[in-house]
Ligand binder design. Sequence first.
Ligand code: HPA
Ligand code: ZN
Length: 330
Amino acid sequence: MELVRVPKAELHLHVEGTLEPEMVFELARRNAVPLPWDSVAELRGRYQFTSLQSFLDLYYQCMTVLRTQEDFAQLAWAYYQRAAADGVAHAELFFDPQVHVRNGVPLAEVIAGLTEAASRAALELGITGGLIMCFLRDLGADAAAELLAAAEPYLGQLLGVGLDSAEVGHPPSEFIAVFARARELGLHVVAHAGEEGEPDYVWQALDLLHAERIDHGIRSVEDGTLLAALAARQIPLTLCPLSNVRLQAVDTLAAHPLPALLDAGVLVSVNSDDPAYFGGYLGANFAAVTAEFGLDDAQLLQLCRNSVTASFATAERKTELLALINEEAT
Ligand code: HPA
Ligand code: ZN
């Protein structure tokens, strides 16, 4: 089976995490943003992470080069082209507006640039999907509420909201009100939980935030009751295997819980998180888990089906993509 031919959805992708070092330098030059590195090679040499926080520090620093609507459109369009090459037919992109607003970029420009690229991807590449606006959990609940209020004029351009950034010490329970408001506004809600945080953070995301999907959620395997609930309720987990290895959320890829989660009947999908930083896009993540765990075609097709099922695509689009996957299966 040729995996690139099988349509899949990418559900856990931070668009700012697709900012390749070459583009960091290109945009820095265009926008006259000073950089502390002398070369692309030197920047790439910094991509040695020991934890989520060690990555986030560099990730937020690189983001300072993103200044204009054009920059955001260029960034997202580069991602969509790479995604198309990996057989991505539907992509739901996370973005972190609080960082950009702090850097002096108006929210309207960020959303306009990303929307421009998404429309082009639909037209030229047939990729459906949308944008999921993330709250930075370490900035707290008031800042999240302020962002959501500021985003109200752009609700039509958003699929939903998410919760990302430094996890430990910033439990989902702090964000009950802002997530309730997002649901009231008709937005989908997802949350990063159980990446570095304890399984209780996953429970909180489910029970207190009513998250429709859990991003990462790998520490759920430590709690059998939680695992059973995720399987019974078919709550999707968006896994990012290369990310977990690079941020040392797992000791080795061999220790990744993907096979255990599949065996437990959890609706897991494979995603790339921040591919410019973690060693590869969606195809590379699939290749790594296929090689490590010896996944067969049936398991790979299941992962592709899961990604579509777990997406926020329309019922018609899901039916269309699932039929195309089944065609590849025969
Ligand atoms: N976890 C939390 N926040 C993030 C991540 C992640 O993997 N990537 C970008 N922001
Ligand atoms: Zn993530």
